[in-house]
Design a protein around this ligand. Structure first.
Ligand SMILES: [Ca+2]
Ligand SMILES: [Ca+2]
Length: 191
């Protein structure tokens, strides 16, 4: 009876009871024919997770091969922006071509936020002056810096500029600027 009850626990409860995996293993060893039931339970949980991952309703915009989520409801520093993207199954955007930059700029202008700043995943925190896309680990090849950027400006508090934002600084479009990673602004996630 105890075994039957154990193997008919709900998926949620089953996940919680993973904490007692060693106990469950002992139960398995002493329960002939019950391994199948346990396997089904694990499969159910796996399916449940896949279902949850494919039924979310983030307001994505599809541009080219990527889907973007524009974080426009609150401002956050680069690290918290990264945290938000990753915790929602995405990552901060990596802009790898002119088409991607143009598409994003067009969309951001269309939603009336072309004057704002937006975090991307670009950073040179690992090596000053050597920017990479933290989101996908690739070096930056296509570039779209504002004139004179990146300048790694040094502030009075000692902070320098190591994170890459989109910013229409000169009215010449949503180009790039390195700015302090602690700066709080909007952000773009991609998937
Ligand atoms: Ca820098
Ligand atoms: Ca700068």
């Amino acid at each position: 009876m105890v075994l039957t009850k154990h193997f008919t626990l709900s998926c949620h409860t089953f996940l919680l009871t993973n904490l007692f995996a060693s106990t469950a293993l002992i139960i398995i060893l002493f329960s002939n024919g019950s391994e199948g039931a346990l396997g089904n339970n694990i499969q159910e949980c796996h399916n449940h997770k896949e279902s949850a991952a494919t039924t979310w309703s983030m307001p994505f915009i599809r541009l080219g091969n990527k889907r973007y989520y524009v974080g426009q409801y609150f401002k956050a520093n680069w690290y918290r922006s990264h945290q938000f993207c990753v915790s929602h199954g995405m990552r901060l955007a990596s802009i790898e071509s002119k088409d991607e930059n143009v598409g994003l700029e067009k969309h951001i202008n269309e939603i009336g936020l072309g004057h704002e700043h937006f975090w991307t995943s670009g950073t040179d925190q690992a090596e000053e002056g050597s920017f990479v896309w933290f989101g996908n680990g690739k070096p930056i090849t296509f570039t779209n810096w504002n004139a004179g950027e990146p300048n790694n400006f040094k502030y009075e508090n000692g902070e320098e500029e190591h994170c890459l934002e989109l910013w229409n600084r000169d009215g010449k479009g949503l180009k790039w600027n390195d700015t302090p990673c602690s700066f709080e602004t909007y952000f773009v996630c991609e998937i």
